[in-house]
Design a protein around this ligand. Structure first.
Ligand SMILES: [Zn+2]
Length: 163
């Protein structure tokens, strides 16, 4: 399927969803969907708002973009991702997976992509189940907390030696 076909298909899905949920289908919503489906990488509501103003001359606030992203999310067309503490949105037409690293000490979350893991999961056989995406959580310590811990341990060792 080429890009234009993919976009018109996703626009049809949006139209169906809006009809089902008794919401208005507006040129802005269609354009917003097109912008996000033209982005290869996850984008923030702010970036989307700028892109809409630059490419399509639609002025929509970041808040309106955000609300529409939540709407697209409930339609299954967009998903929310957290990268470097920022909320970003991305298209769901790719069987995308993400590895989420969570620091147990400070709670910091970082997401990373990993082609090897993605391949592994796409080759995995899931009986009577269609995988749409996945999240793998790795628990551990971030660089800062890990360094803090080492420093604390060193200090503890010193006081032990003095005894
Ligand atoms: Zn940490």
């Amino acid at each position: 399927m080429d890009k234009a076909d993919a976009i018109s298909e996703v626009k049809q899905k949006l139209a169906d969803f809006l009809k089902l949920s008794s919401r208005r289908n507006t040129p802005e919503r269609n354009q917003l969907l097109e912008v996000i489906y033209s982005s290869e990488e996850p984008v923030s509501a702010e970036e989307l708002s700028h892109k809409m103003a630059d490419d399509n001359r639609f002025r929509i606030s970041r808040a309106t973009v955000y609300n529409n992203m939540l709407l697209f999310e409930s339609a299954g067309l967009v998903r929310k991702v957290f990268i470097d503490g920022k909320v970003l949105f991305e298209r769901t037409d790719r069987n995308r997976g993400v590895i989420r690293l969570i620091c147990g000490a400070c709670g910091k979350e970082v997401e990373m992509n990993n082609d090897k893991m993605r391949r592994l999961i796409s080759e995995m056989r899931t009986r009577r189940f269609t995988v749409m995406g996945w999240v793998l959580t790795l628990n551990g310590l971030c660089a800062k907390c890990s360094a803090d811990l080492k420093r604390k341990q060193k200090r503890l060792n010193k006081t032990d030696n003095r005894k």
